[in-house]
Design a protein around this ligand. Structure first.
Ligand code: HMG
Ligand code: MG
Length: 299
């Protein structure tokens, strides 16, 4: 019996999670071309950018221009990250249809990333999600630090499950479980996922592994065995969170697709086109780093 799913949905987070943490400065036209290329690969969802404070994430200060410039393809979703009502207003003004909110299971990381406690974030996200849904916007949620926090260490999976339930009850269609600093290992990842799945159906869960210690593909394999079918990834393994000390890039989408196809799991993605999109953005980052332009994120 095949214990793996037949199909997996990949959420490409390179243009957002990837570029938010790269020191090189990428111009708007290159970002647009990158996203347009990704749109031709068969990906079903591409997280385009963030409508967050431009002072805190200058790499994505061009969110409106990027959003307006891309050619959106039928059948592809283009979510953006939104932290508050101001972000929602900006997203609505340019016609965004899917957003993602982001909380954390660690109090310290919550304070550092979004400047409020976990319980405050749940209150303001409840209002945000309600407002977004009233505008016809669908909402995804992230929970960060599910397998460990750079400031507090190990995290309690029961607390992750409780938070995930909160986001689903508030109206999110899916919760992505973030190993923000890539500290988890396969058995830990699977146990955490299975604990969360006691409170939220597996079909509404996604996994989001950063690859700091080379564990991401092994963690994904382990979670596939537990039934997860939605996986976040970033082309060329770009990215990280500027507010999580030591966080590095996400699992590379190319490696993930290669593994899944080799296991006869369908993704609908053309690997050669994906590699070409990855080469485009990697070359642009190399040029930008060579030119000495850099804006390091704070930690
Ligand atoms: P705040 O409470 O307003 O306070 O925002 P602040 O001091 O952080 O920001 C102040 C300035 O930002 C003010 O402007 C605000 O008006 C403005 P000023 O008066 O100084 O001119 N501002 C905004 N401007 C535009 N759009 C907005 C917006 N909001 C405030 N939406 C807030 C708190 C959380 C919004 C802010 O600190 C922020 O945007 N932080 C960035 C957080 C972020 O993007 N983190 C990285 C993404 S999360 C992640 O990567 C993890 C994930 O990948 C999963 C995983 O790996 O675990 C999702
Ligand atoms: Mg991330």
């Amino acid at each position: 019996m095949n214990r793996y799913p037949q199909q997996v949905r990949i959420v490409e987070v390179g243009p957002r999670d990837g570029l938010q943490n790269e020191p090189g400065e990428i111009d708007v036209a290159t970002k647009i071309e990158f996203i347009n290329r990704l749109s031709q690969t068969g990906l079903q969802a591409i997280e385009v950018t963030s409508f967050v404070s431009p002072g805190r994430v200058p790499q994505l200060a061009d969110a409106e221009q990027v959003w307006r410039g891309i050619q959106r393809q039928e059948g592809v979703e283009y979510p953006v990250l939104v932290p508050n009502m101001k972000g929602l207003e900006r997203a609505l003004a340019v016609g965004v249809q899917q957003i993602a909110v982001f909380g954390a299971v660690s109090e310290t990381f919550s304070q550092r990333n979004i400047h409020c406690s976990i319980s405050e974030s749940l209150q303001h996200y409840y209002q945000l999600i309600t407002q977004a849904k009233a505008e016809g916007i669908t909402v995804r949620a992230y929970i960060s630090c599910v397998l460990g926090c750079p400031y507090e260490g190990a995290m309690d999976s029961a607390k992750v499950a409780e938070l995930a339930r909160h986001f689903i009850d508030a109206g999110c269609y899916e919760v992505s479980l973030g190993d923000t600093i890539g500290c988890g290992t396969p058995l830990q990842a699977r146990k955490m996922l299975e604990r969360v799945a006691q409170q939220v159906p597996m079909q509404q869960l996604a996994v989001h592994f950063h690859d700091t210690r080379g564990q991401a593909l092994a963690n994904i394999l382990s979670c596939l065995e537990s039934g997860v079918t939605v996986i976040d990834a970033s082309v060329s393994g770009l990215g990280g969170c500027p507010f999580a000390k030591g966080a590095s890039g996400n699992v590379a989408t190319e490696d993930l697709v290669y593994m899944l196809h080799g296991m006869e799991i369908e993704t609908g993605i053309d690997l050669a086109k994906l590699v070409a999109a990855g080469n485009l953005i990697s070359s642009a980052l190399d040029r930008s780093n060579d030119s000495g332009v850099s804006r390091a994120g704070e930690c």
